[in-house]
Ligand binder design. Sequence first.
Ligand code: ADP
Ligand code: MG
Length: 602
Amino acid sequence: MIGAVARPAVGRLVAAVAALALVTAPWWIGDDHLLRQLSAVAILALVVSGLNLSLGFGGEMALGQAAMYAAGAYTGAYLAANVTDDLLVCVVVASGVAVVLGTITGLPALRIGGWSLAVTSFFLVILIPDIVDLLREQLGGYDGMTVGLPTMFGSELDVAGTYLVVAVTALLWFVTFRNIVRSPWGVSLLSMRRSPVLAASLGLSPFRLKLTAYLLGALPAGAAGALSASVNGFVAPSEFGLELVVGLLAASIIGGPATVVGAVVGAFLLEFAHEQSARFESWATIGYGTLLLAGGVLLTRGGGGVVGLVRAWIRRHADSGTVRRSDAAAARQHEVLELSGSTIRIAGMRKTFGGTTALDGVDLELAAGRVTALIGPNGSGKTTALNLISGLSAPYDGDVIFDGRSVRGQSAMAIARRGVGRTFQTPAIPSILTVREVLESGELRRSRPPLAATILRTPGYRRRRAELTAEVDRVSRLLGLDHLLHATAEELPAGTRRLVELGRALLGRPSVLLLDEVASGLDEEELVDLKDVVGWLSSCGATTVLVEHNFAFVNEVADVVYVLAEGRVVAGGTPQEISSHPEVIEKYLGRGAMGIEQEAAP
Ligand code: ADP
Ligand code: MG
C-alpha cells in the first residue's frame, strides 16, 4: 500500500526535476550542437505525443500527423518571411492551422469510420510536395525555403533562446497532455479504443471522442512544425515524406502509444536512430526494421510500449487479484446504494440477422427491485435481448418501454444515459487501466468535467474528482475490490474482472442492470459471493436482468425466470414454477441443467 500511495508523488518529483533540468539546460550545456539536438527531440516528442493521443488513446491510425506537422512548418516559415518573425505568434498560428486542417480531414473521415482516416490522412502526406510546388512562389517549391532567425517580443533569439521557447512549449503541452489523459477524458478515450460498443454503453459518443483526440493531437504537431522551421532555419517538402510517417509511427508504438512519457522515449529513439543512420548508412534499414518488429510485439501489450514494460516490471509483485469476499459481504449487510429501478416492458420483440431469426416475438416484463433471469441454450437470443434493451442492436420490430415510455429508435448512448448499465458476456475491460480507472469510467454517463477545467485542474474539477474517488472507494469496498484499486484490471483473474465490470456499471447508479453471463467461469466460492451480490443489488432497488444458462444458479437468485429457445419464450414464472416443470428445462436446456437441485432430489 505504501508503494501505491508513494508512486504518484515519486512520479511528480521525477517530472519536476526533469522539467527543471530541461529549462535550465542552456546554463549547464554550453554546446550549441547539443542544444539543437535537444530541441529536435522535444519537437519530435510534440509530434509523437499528438499521434499518441489519436492512435494510442483514440485508436485511429492518424497517419496525417506528418501533414499537420508540415502545415505547421510551412505556416511558420511563411509568417516569418512575410508577416512576423515572432516565434510565439508563429507557433500559435501554426497550431491553429493544423487544427483547421485536422477538422477538414478528420470530420468526414471519422464520420465514415473504418480505415478512412488512415487513408485520407495518408493521401494528405503524399500530396505535400505537390501542394508546396503549386505554391512555389510563397513556399519555395521542391527546393525548400530558408527561415531567418526568430524573434520574440522584438528581440532576436539565439540558439539558447530558441531552445528555451521549444522547451517551454513542450513542457506546457506535456502538462496539458498529461492532464487530459489522466482524467475522465483519458479513461473515456481508452474505453472507446477498447470497443465502441463499450463506449456507447457508458453513454459516450465514439465519434466525438475520436474527433476530440485527433484535433487535440493536431495542436502539438502544428506547434512543432513552426518550431522546427525556426530551429533548422529551413523547410523542404522532402522532410515530410514517407520516412517521417513511418518514423513517427515507430516512435509512438515503441515508446508506448497509450502513454504520456512514451512520446518522449519514442522521440529520443527516433532522433538517435536518425543520427546513427547517417553514420552506419547500410545498417540503418535493418536496425529500423528490428525496432519496428520489437515495437509490434510491445504494442500487443495494450499500447504500453517500452513505458508499459517498465511499469509492468515495477508492478510485478502486485496482489494476486482475489476479491476480499467476507469483508465485502459484511459491508453489504448494512449498506445499500440507492438505485431507482425502472419498469421495463418488452412487447413483440423481433430481430433478424440476415437469414437468422435471433428473436421471434418476445414479450417480457422486468420489474424494479427484482431479479429477472433469461435462461436458455446457446444461440437462443439472450444476448440479443439485452442488446435490444440497451439500444446496441437497432433496428428491430416491437417495442421497449421504460416506465411507460418507448425508447425505440434511441441510440445506445442515449439509453445508457437514461440509466441502463450492463456487463458483457466477454468482459470489456480497456487495457492498461487500473481497477480504479475502470470503475470511474462507469460514472461517465452521469457527467464528465469540461475539457478546459480538466486541463487547468480547476477547483471545480478537483472537487468532482474527490467525490468520484470517494464513490469508487465505496463501491469497491462493497464488492471487495478495495485492495485492488491500483492493479491493472485486465490482468486480474476472470472472476475478479466480472466483478470489476459490475462495479463499473454500479458507478453509473443504474436503474437497470443487464448482466450477461456474469456467473460463467466462476468457481464455487465466487458463485456463492455472486449470489449474495445479486441479491443485494435488487434490495438496492435496481431492475436486474440476469442472462444465464445455469438453472441451478438462477433458481437461487431470480425472482422471475423466462426460458428462451430459438428466439421465443417457452416458459416464464417464478423459479419454483419453472422447476416444477423439469421437462421444460430438460427439453430446452438438456439433461443435468437442473444442476444440484435435481441430483439432491430422491
Ligand atoms: P445467446 O446469447 O442466447 O447465446 P445470441 O443472442 O447471442 O444468443 O444469438 C442468437 C442468434 O442470433 C444466434 O443464432 C446468433 O448466431 C445470432 N446472432 C447474434 N448476433 C448476431 C450478429 N451480430 N450477426 C449475426 N447473427 C447474430
Ligand atoms: Mg449470449
